[in-house]
Write a protein that binds this ligand. Structure first.
Ligand code: PMP
Length: 406
């Protein structure tokens, strides 16, 4: 693996050269969407310049080239997450789509009296689809509480789990706090009780390389746009036996074996869940993004980002009135905070004037904000292309905001 050279890495990201409000951009909103390296931009351009065509149906050369590249990307993704079979990788439009696909499938399985478990730390996209399915099926949604440190209360999970529990869904990493959940423990415990587990890996996947076989997880969803890939594409990993059990999510072309007005039969995996023309270029570019990340190496990425996290945490805590939410031992490179007496939105607006992009608000995780009784937080999320010097500029900007607003 290559030596970690952040200045060299930064050259791969053209957007990092731009200015915002006459300052060099500092991009600390990576948990919302990561930036795109030239290698991925090149893959997108190459597709539209050279072999843009619909896949899986054409006999012509372009269609075959596009199909080969798209299926090669699926294999790359399979290898990255260590799925046993490439047809266990379903292309989606993102994590939200993957979760809805599974939730909708479970509406054919759940009955009145069944229970499903969700954590209090979820993104809305891992709450609302399940609420909709509960309404439809009469199943009951139980919530595993969180504690002050932003951690899942594991003992409460053990108490809530029973033979009535059909599925547990939980994020690998909380998007609002960056805290890492003990997913392996949850998966093993849930399986022992006969429940399936869906892990929302949207926030983990940019930082932690999940091994779906070692985890023995039933479903794992990610979005490419948080992993240096384009928007509008992601994958659902599902164990073959589960994907065979679930009904199709959408009907259309590509997902059928035969169609007559009397009876339609469905295609084999993965096509059963891939109705219509997919985001072909996006899937191929997602593969290029994984090549890019794997070439740097996730161990190197994690070590570097942990240094940024520690540095930023220490510096932020020197600011008067600072409260950081989510202080769990294991965290990805996210700091979510407030300054006493100030509104997060005001801080975000002032630091943007100084060229620094952070996220403010509830981060699509209102239950977490309700738990802390706050309207929202300022969230700075670091990537491996950020630097300590950028954190220094951020600290200075936050200090300035505090002085202006107090
Ligand atoms: N889950 C988590 C934990 C997330 O952070 C996000 C994106 N903010 C999603 C799900 C949804 O991802 P997408 O909008 O790409 O579908």
């Amino acid at each position: 693996k290559n030596v970690f050279d952040v200045e060299k890495i930064r050259k791969d990201f053209p957007i990092l050269q731009r200015e915002v409000n006459n300052y060099p951009l500092v991009y600390f909103d990576n948990a919302a969407t990561s930036q795109t390296p030239q290698q991925v931009i090149d893959a997108i351009v190459d597709y539209y310049l050279n072999y843009n065509a619909n896949i899986h149906r054409g006999v012509h050369t372009l269609s075959q080239e596009a199909t080969d590249k798209y299926e090669a990307a699926r294999k790359k993704i399979q290898k990255h997450f260590n799925a046993e079979k490439s047809h266990e990788i379903i292309f989606t439009s993102g994590a939200t789509h993957g979760i809805n696909l599974v939730a909708s499938g479970f509406s054919a399985i759940l009955k009145e009296g069944d229970e499903i478990l969700v954590s209090a730390l979820e993104h809305h996209s891992n709450i609302v689809p399940w609420q909709m399915i509960c309404e439809k099926t009469g199943a009951k949604l139980n919530v595993i509480p969180m504690n002050e440190d932003g951690e899942l209360v594991y003992t409460a999970f053990e108490e809530l789990l029973s033979e009535k529990t059909k599925i547990v869904f939980l994020n690998h990493v909380s998007n609002a706090l960056g805290t890492v959940n003990p997913i392996k423990k949850v998966i093993d415990k849930a399986h022992a009780a006969g429940a399936a587990v869906l892990i929302d890996g949207a926030q983990a996947a940019p930082h932690i390389k999940a091994d779906v076989q070692a985890l023995d997880v039933d479903f794992y969803v990610v979005s490419a746009h948080k992993m240096c890939g384009p928007t509008g594409v992601g994958v659902l990993y599902g164990k073959e036996e589960w994907l065979n059990k679930l009904p199709p999510y959408q009907g259309g072309g590509e997902m059928i074996a035969t169609v007559t007005f009397e009876k339609t039969t469905y295609a084999d995996l993965p096509h059963k869940f891939e109705a219509g023309t997919p985001n072909i270029c996006g899937g191929i570019a997602f593969g290029a993004a994984l090549d890019y990340l794997d070439n740097i190496g996730f161990d190197a990425i994690a070590a570097y980002e942990q240094d940024l996290l520690e540095y930023a945490t220490k510096k932020l805590l020197e600011i008067k009135g600072m409260r950081i939410y989510g202080v769990a031992k294991e965290k990805t490179s996210v700091v979510s905070f407030n300054i006493e007496g100030l509104h997060p939105y005001d801080i975000g607006t002032i630091v943007d004037k100084l060229g620094i992009a952070v996220r403010t608000g509830h981060h699509c995780a209102q239950p977490i904000m309700d738990f802390y009784k706050i309207p929202g937080t300022v969230r700075a999320s670091f990537s491996f292309y950020n630097t300590r010097a950028e954190i220094d500029r951020f600290i200075e900007a936050v200090e300035k905001a505090r002085a202006m607003l107090s």
